[in-house]
Design a protein around this ligand. Structure first.
Ligand SMILES: Cc1ncc(COP(=O)(O)O)c(C=O)c1O
Length: 394
């Protein structure tokens, strides 16, 4: 009934979904309060009050024309507001001509792949990676090429990355702050990556796009700064969304912001708009474009996520788990206490802990904890983590 490729994909795709389903079954047996589900990256907090007010105001106003078809790139005034917002930390400013509104970051990634890829061209991803990238690339006849991160920092292993660039390389996807590690890429690493790309572009004779997927850009702790990617690269594309920063994951609203240094900005934008239309998105949701444009200074309460990170990080490291302390997003990515991460996650289930194995992110030997959950559940779960750790010390 469905294609062989999709049958295969369905079998192998989502560890996260698998654990979520397991969790639902456990809750039936043990009750909601006794199962500790850290599997899903679904934003925990409701959208900020100002976002809700902006939505109400807009719905109650008579803004004629808001609900019609529009430019496939989105409302020009909204795109300009987003460009102005992005310009806060950028050297060469953007205008609305560099911004396209998308159906979330996922929609933006698919639009980019559709626009830039010829069949068989390669797109590099860094493991551990957000597993959907594989499908976004394959959707548009591209070939994913995996490069491992260095587990000491979870930044890309640049020597390995350079060795894998070929004449078929069309793009490199980075994700900072990162899902699943929470790591924010350093300025030094970005500078080095930029010089590798520049060198390789000259060698292979075509541009290599640096795609920076940044839906967690607003979720950063302790005053750490995530560098603006456009300041380091030439052919860079930022993909962002309001799924996490404003808790709007179900509303499907985001954008692509291209570097103003790109040689043919108009051609690229025409390609994006065409792809947006013909992939069937047509344009990003009209009302949500207007709402987010008036909520750009807002965000969910980041200090609440930080509290959750601190409680879990402090407890887990105190009982022997090793991990890089994350500065952003809402994930921890500790080392499993045995080599087989899937077996480890299955063992954790015996303590009613639902975790996702690193294998689901192309990086075995580790596991992901998603802490966008109720604080009380985190506190109740600490004992279970201690028992799990102790079971490996006997
Ligand atoms: C790294 C990463 N990229 C993209 C997305 C998709 O985001 P959106 O809801 O904006 O499509 C997610 C969602 O979890 C993500 O973790």
């Amino acid at each position: 009934m469905i294609s062989k490729e999709l049958q295969e994909n369905l079998k192998n795709s989502s560890w996260i979904r698998k654990m979520f389903v397991e969790g639902a079954a456990l809750k039936k047996i043990y009750g909601d309060d006794n199962v500790y589900d850290f599997s899903l990256g679904n934003p925990y907090f409701e959208p900020p009050a100002k976002v809700v007010k902006n939505l109400r105001d807009l719905v109650n106003s008579d803004q004629l024309g808001t609900h019609k078809y529009m430019d496939n790139a989105g409302f020009p005034d909204v795109r300009q507001k987003i460009a102005d917002d992005t310009n806060k930390d950028i050297i060469e400013p953007l205008t609305h001509e560099h911004v396209m509104m998308t159906v979330g970051a996922a929609g933006g990634m698919n639009v980019i792949m559709r626009t830039i890829l010829d069949p068989g061209q390669e797109v590099m991803i860094i493991a551990p990676y957000f597993a959907e990238y594989i499908f976004y690339i394959k959707n548009h006849n591209g070939v994913p090429v995996v490069v491992n991160a260095d587990p000491k920092t979870f930044e890309p292993d640049l020597a390995l990355l350079e060795s894998k660039i070929t004449s078929k390389t069309r793009a490199i996807i980075i994700n900072t702050p990162n899902n699943p590690t929470g790591v924010i890429y350093s300025e030094e690493m970005l500078k080095e990556l930029a010089s590798i790309i520049e060198r390789k572009e000259a060698e292979i004779g075509h541009e290599i796009f640096l795609i920076s997927d940044e839906p967690y850009k607003a979720l950063i702790y302790d005053g750490v700064k995530a560098p603006n990617i456009h300041n380091y690269f030439k052919n860079s594309l930022i993909v962002n969304s309001y799924s996490k920063s404003l808790g709007l994951a179900g509303e499907r609203i985001g954008y692509i912001a291209m570097n103003s240094k790109i040689e043919d900005v108009q051609m690229l934008m025409a390609g994006f708009a065409f792809a947006n239309r013909t992939l069937g998105f047509v344009n990003a949701p009209a009302i949500w474009q207007k709402v987010v444009a008036d909520s750009l200074d807002d965000s969910v309460d980041i200090s609440e996520y930080k509290k959750r990170r601190d409680v879990l990080y402090n407890h887990l490291t105190s009982i022997g788990f090793e991990m890089v302390k994350p500065d952003g997003a809402f994930y921890l990515f500790p080392k499993a206490m045995i080599e087989d991460d899937v077996a480890f996650v299955m063992e954790a289930k015996k303590y009613n802990l639902l975790l996702v194995p690193g294998s689901g992110f192309g990086f075995p030997g580790y596991f992901r904890i998603s802490y966008c959950v109720d604080m009380a559940m985190i506190e109740r779960s600490l004992d279970a983590f201690t028992k799990l750790a102790e079971s490996y010390k006997k």
